[in-house]
Design a protein around this ligand. Structure first.
Ligand SMILES: Nc1ncnc2c1ncn2[C@@H]1O[C@H](COP(=O)(O)OP(=O)(O)OP(=O)(O)O)[C@@H](O)[C@H]1O
Ligand SMILES: [Mg+2]
Length: 305
């Protein structure tokens, strides 16, 4: 396939996996999940991750977030002016934001309060004790202003004072995305974020991500660094190709029998650029179909022996 190289591919590395392995259980009960994953993600990339059910996509995301560190290998996050500072990730922090499929909003907070919540937790820890009530009020005002800005970005300014129970599924996922964005993480992980939504709503939320990608491209054109880096887990190959500028396939189907007696874990068996879409650019269905077939063959079909 003659695929144009994507622009973000030349950016600095923001995030790296080095020989990452993960398993559950020990002895006879040992379940090997991930085997020696090596991967670099560049700043501004929108990477889609696909793979058969049970291949370890969610396990990988949890290892990246730091809630369930890998059994071996490293997750490295790069920061600093030129991404010159490399830190081995040991625990969850602001570097990485995550949006889950199941809505993770607080039912007793309004949309805007939900979005502001992360900032509140983060900043009042250090400052809360030092600040007098006046300073605290000013800080809260800042948080609410930022939260409002984020809700505007995800197209929800009208609904900012509603509680989650008063929002549709798609609106709740928008709030969840705003919650992640407001923390300005180095990378945002999305684990099947639109899986529970109907087709049209899902399409709208894909458009939201495509808008963020277009913002990246505009910043890069001006010589600035792109603001958003995304890793999206999805079951839908169409979604993977439409939203991502790169597609990764995680799969248990590779020729491990050559060197191993038992299955050592899934590997990344597919890593290719994907065409870039904007919300108003219709998908090239013929090209998409060709790439979908390749992905199916490489990632989902058991290998022939
Ligand atoms: N907490 C856990 N304890 C034991 N095994 C686990 C745990 N979490 C996941 N696993 C196992 O790890 C493997 C990968 O699971 P994972 O949830 O990452 O799959 P997935 O690729 O996200 O699948 P899906 O597409 O269905 O969401 C499975 O064999 C699962 O049983
Ligand atoms: Mg999963």
């Amino acid at each position: 396939m003659n695929m144009e190289k994507t622009k973000t591919e030349q950016n600095k590395t923001i995030f790296e996996l080095q020989n990452l392995c993960h398993h559950f259980g020990e002895g006879k009960k040992r379940n090997n999940v991930l085997y020696k994953l090596n991967l670099k993600i560049q700043e501004g990339q929108f990477v889609s991750l696909v793979g058969p059910s049970g291949s370890g996509k969610s396990v990988l995301l949890r290892a990246l977030v730091g809630t369930h560190p890998p059994r071996s290998g490293n997750v490295i996050v790069y920061s600093g002016k030129n991404n010159e500072i490399a830190v081995i990730k040991k625990k969850p922090d602001r570097d990485i934001g995550i949006v889950y499929q199941a809505y993770s909003l607080f039912p007793f907070l309004t949309a805007i309060e939900n979005v502001a919540f992360g900032l509140k937790l983060d900043q009042t820890k250090m400052l809360g004790r030092l600040l007098l009530p006046i300073g605290w009020r000013r800080l809260r005002k800042q948080h609410m202003e930022l939260a409002e800005e984020m809700l505007n970005k995800v197209g929800l300014s009208e609904a900012k004072d509603r509680y989650p129970s008063e929002l549709s599924g798609g609106m709740r996922q928008r709030v969840a995305i705003a919650q992640a964005l407001i923390m300005k993480p180095r990378i945002i992980l999305l684990d099947e974020p639109f899986g529970a939504l109907d087709e049209a709503t899902r399409n709208d939320l894909q458009d939201l991500l495509l808008t963020l990608y277009q913002e990246n491209l505009a910043e890069m054109k001006k010589g600035n660094r792109p603001a958003y880096t995304v890793l999206l887990v999805t079951h839908e190959l169409y979604e993977a190709l439409r939203v991502g500028d790169r597609v990764l396939g995680l799969s248990p189907h590779w020729d491990w029998k050559k060197e191993h007696e038992r299955f050592p874990g899934a590997k990344i068996v597919y890593d290719e650029p994907a065409p870039i879409y904007s919300p108003d650019k219709p998908a090239d269905f013929a090209a998409m179909q060709r790439q979908k077939n390749k992905i199916r063959k490489a990632v989902f079909d058991p290998i022939e022996e």
